[in-house]
Design a protein. Structure first.
Length: 261
């Protein structure tokens, strides 16, 4: 593609694990973008861990082919480990996280390990994109939207990416040829009203609980939201920043500095 040169080195990770089909899709996409692709992904499924890192257990890595490694850690661990080990001389030109099996929208963004990986990368100054593919039936997921549109979108975004900003990109569950365009969106809360507990009892009669979320995507109606963009047939492109500080609110409501008590 003529609008931008190839990246030299790309790091690919995910939160679904080293054997996830979406990771294979991301590897092919990375190969179309860069000259050298490295894969460092969790040994097991790490969905829902956000930007967590491992502080209470050692990390072990296992070779799964040339420049492919499984790591006994989280997606953020994978990024940090790779940058400290294989990329100690120079960081990669791009980090791709995904392709996640299912969308990461609205409230789910803060829990997503897919997104956590790119936040970790952006915090270290590396351009990064999180890719997620929505589906209607989990075991019949169509990766074509990412395969057809992913390269073009990533090139456009990374060209304009400021420091410490990464991108959360979600592809609708539609045939690739019917997708209307990409839309820059906002994270609007409300799709997960509250957590719920599902109780059970193990073989010894001891209680346990599963933490679940009752999703309510119809509750998000803001026209600039990622939820509405996907519902209307657009690819959702959301800029994320590593700082948790609400700068606008801080400037509007408080004088930065001392707070008299």
């Amino acid at each position: 593609m003529a609008d931008t040169p190839r990246f030299e080195r790309i790091l690919v990770t995910n939160d679904d694990g080293i054997d996830a089909p979406g990771l294979a899709v991301a590897e092919v996409l990375a190969a179309s973008l860069g000259s050298e692709v490295w894969v460092v992904a969790p040994e097991h499924d790490q969905s829902g861990v956000g930007q967590a890192i491992s502080l209470h257990q050692p990390l072990r890595h296992y070779s799964r082919g040339e420049r492919r490694y499984a790591l006994s850690g989280t997606p953020a661990d994978c990024v940090m480990f790779a940058l400290a080990h294989w990329f100690a001389d120079a960081p990669p030109d791009l980090v791709i996280s995904g392709v996640n099996c299912g969308a990461n929208l609205s409230d789910a963004v803060m829990y997503s390990g897919t997104v956590g990986a790119v936040l970790a990368a952006a915090h270290l100054g590396v351009p990064a994109v999180a890719l997620s593919q929505a589906f209607r039936v989990r075991d019949e997921i169509d990766w074509a939207p990412v395969q057809v549109l992913g390269e073009r979108i990533i090139r456009r975004l990374v060209q304009r990416q400021p420091d410490h900003v990464c991108w959360n990109i979600n592809f609708p569950a539609l045939p690739a040829e019917t997708i209307r365009a990409a839309r820059v969106t906002r994270q609007i809360e409300g799709s997960v009203p509250r957590p719920v507990l599902k109780a059970g009892e193990d073989g010894r009669g001891l209680p346990y609980h599963w933490l679940e979320f009752r999703r309510a995507p119809d509750a998000v109606t803001h026209p600039q939201s990622d939820v509405v963009a996907l519902a209307e047939g657009y690819v959702s492109v959301m800029p994320l920043q590593t700082s948790r500080c609400d700068e606008d609110r801080a400037q509007a409501g408080w004088q930065i500095g001392e707070l008299q008590l």
